[in-house]
Design a protein around this ligand. Sequence first.
Ligand code: SF4
Ligand code: SF4
Length: 146
Amino acid sequence: MERFWEHLTLEELSPSQWESLCDGCAQCCRIKLEDEDDGTLAETAVVCHLLDRDGCRCTAYADRSTLVPDCVTLTPEAARTLRWMPETCAYRRLAEGRPLPPWHPLLTGNPDSVHEARASVRGQVLSEVDVHPDDFEAHIIRWVTP
Ligand code: SF4
Ligand code: SF4
């Protein structure tokens, strides 16, 4: 496959090229808690109720922004500025001038390689439908300074 991501900017990608960059990790579907005083974000091991935790896919992708107002629609600008996006996310990496991780499905040709590398949330998260909101704090895994 032509390594289009190595010579096009994020703004130059076609819609299908843009979509193909998503490795399907679902790390961005983790519930985040915000400190109201300083804006610090806490990322949790709890994920959005619309996530299929085994397939790591959104079950309502076309309607996600309506159903989950906090769900971020990624843009090149967002990829450059959102500090909570995971280090492994292809959009963030390309925005920072870094290569795709070696297990990325575009490099391996295998959509499961993200799971085999344990870079996805498969097997590592709970659904928000199974956790009381008062208990989200008990599942914080890292703090992110915006
Ligand atoms: S973190 Fe990036 S690569 Fe992973 S699912 Fe979200 S947008 Fe796709
Ligand atoms: S709406 Fe879909 S894409 Fe958005 S956070 Fe929830 S599962 Fe992820």
